[in-house]
Design a protein around this ligand. Structure first.
Ligand code: PBG
Length: 333
């Protein structure tokens, strides 16, 4: 694209269009609407709402409260909700045995939410970490995360979620080949309409910290103190292109970049390269930073939230997965 030559100052004054709210609105290039938001939500096995200490304003919701929240999402014009489970530590084991339990909190929440507000899309995380006592997303053997054995478990889990009525399955584990395997299993079992949003470019990030608190996932152990053997190195861009190309070839309907704000360059690059519906996950640490700085009066919290959401749209996101969704939809609706 070539930019036409500008007449020199003073004929060209870019500030002319910025002088009033009406003219700023008139030339605005992007806009965040409630329809751009996916509400990131934690559900728990108990009753009521339990605040998450490191994420002020976020609560773990019971199945009943999650159903009410689905109605609220519908009324606010939020198209979809992504749910994540908090599991009692006493029910976790090394294999994450209850990850595919059809009576678990996730399938119960999906059913209750779809009953209460069938118009709202429900997205489920496909991963083992909420259910394992070591906190990894996969099957661990001798300190190694086994790729193919993990995929078998993810397929059981994903099929169970689809059977419960989940609209979108979102594998967040970063095992190789899991999108193709899951797509194949869904087709074979008659779930051809179940969508897949791949956590395609997911980085081994420090910004997931508060999420561990929110879902009560274990501190990483088992000889591996981090997720660097499956999640991507924050230093890499070209590798993200290869990851996403594979996931699209394997059948992903939508792709995601995670975390969000520190990775806008990756988002832009992927949108330009693949022209797929591409989503940004504004993760727990991003939420916590804005809330903490806001609570201290160091930033204007409301403006910072809206500015961050606008930045995702400007960078090319089709939508944003965010814990701010209900607040933002109310503000923007
Ligand atoms: C794990 C998963 C994580 C998040 C979503 N799914 C954490 C991780 O990969 O360690 C992070 C969400 C957030 O930080 O808000 N499968």
């Amino acid at each position: 694209m070539t930019v036409p030559p500008l007449a020199p100052y003073p004929a060209t004054r870019l500030r002319r269009l910025r002088q009033a709210d009406w003219s700023r609105r008139l030339v605005r290039e992007t806009e965040v609407r409630p329809a751009d938001l996916i509400w990131s939500m934690v559900v728990h096995e108990g009753e009521g709402c339990v605040p998450v200490a490191s994420m002020p304003g976020v609560e773990r919701l019971s199945v009943k409260e999650a159903a009410k929240a689905a109605v609220r999402a519908r009324d606010l014009g939020i198209p979809a909700i992504a749910i994540f489970p908090h599991i009692d530590p006493s029910r976790k084991d090394a294999a994450g045995s209850i990850a595919a339990d059809p009576d678990g909190v996730i399938p119960r929440a999906v059913k209750a939410m779809k009953d209460a507000a069938p118009e709202v899309g429900i997205m489920c995380d496909v991963a083992l970490d909420p259910f394992t006592d070591h906190g990894h997303d996969g099957v661990v053997e001798g300190g190694r995360i086994l790729n193919d054995a993990t995929i078998e478990r993810l397929i059981e889990q994903g099929l169970m979620q689809a059977a419960a009525g989940a609209d979108i399955l979102a594998p967040s584990d970063m095992m190789d080949g899991r999108i193709g395997a899951l797509r194949g299993a869904l087709e074979a079992d008659g779930f051809q309409d179940t969508m897949i949003m791949s956590y395609a470019a997911k980085y081994a990030s420090a910004f997931y910290g508060p999420y561990r608190d929110a879902i009560g996932s274990a501190k990483l152990s088992a000889g591996q103190g981090d997720k660097k053997t499956y999640q991507m190195d924050p230093a890499n861009t070209e590798e993200a292109i290869r990851e996403v190309a594979l996931d699209i070839a394997e059948g992903a309907d939508m792709i995601m970049v995670k975390p969000g704000l520190p990775y806008l360059d990756i988002l832009r690059r992927l949108v330009d390269e693949f022209r797929m519906p591409t989503y940004a996950f504004q993760v727990s640490g991003e939420y916590a930073m804005i809330k903490a700085a806001g609570a201290n009066g160091w930033i204007d919290e409301e403006r910072a939230i809206l500015e961050s959401l606008a930045a995702f749209k400007r960078a090319g996101a089709a939508g944003i997965i965010t814990y701010f969704a209900p607040w933002a939809a109310e503000k923007l609706g």
